[in-house]
Design a protein. Structure first.
Length: 144
């Protein structure tokens, strides 16, 4: 089966907007190909407001989330691979969903079958449990 993260992301985004709330997305900024404003990254994560009033040209695709937005008055194109999305929640209530490891989503550091290395030493082929053990769990905090 195809990974469900992109489908859940679109559904949660619509549900949050239908309830007159502001959707926010937590992104793991350490994943390859993430393009976000670096000065707003904290502890390897960034929280992005993805409401229609904050972004332009929002595309919640199967492989990535893309949009244009202004950060500190500076326009920027944001690109977030779907596997870098850690959570989506409503700013007002905190309701939403965090995403963990999901079978079918490739290893963020390379191809699914690439060897996992520690200090440059291969540990063998990647397995679901070995990738899951390296994946950080989502960490939400209230931002006021």
């Amino acid at each position: 089966m195809t990974p469900s993260r992109s489908y859940l992301l679109r559904a949660l985004h619509e549900w949050i907007l239908d309830n007159d709330s502001t959707p926010h997305m937590v992104v793991d900024a350490t994943i390859n190909d993430v393009m976000v404003p670096e000065r707003f990254i904290s502890d390897g994560q960034i929280v992005l407001n993805i409401s229609p009033s904050a972004v332009e040209g929002l595309n919640l695709g199967d492989d990535a989330v893309e949009f244009n937005a202004r950060f500190g008055g500076v326009p920027m194109h944001v690109y977030v691979p779907i596997l870098a999305v850690m959570a989506v929640y409503a700013k007002e209530s905190g309701e939403g969903m965090g995403f963990g490891f999901e079978p079918g989503i490739p290893d963020p550091d390379g191809p699914l079958n690439s060897p996992i290395t520690v200090a440059g030493k291969p540990k063998g082929p990647a397995t679901v449990s070995s990738i899951a053990s390296r994946t950080k769990r989502p960490n939400l905090k209230v931002v006021k």
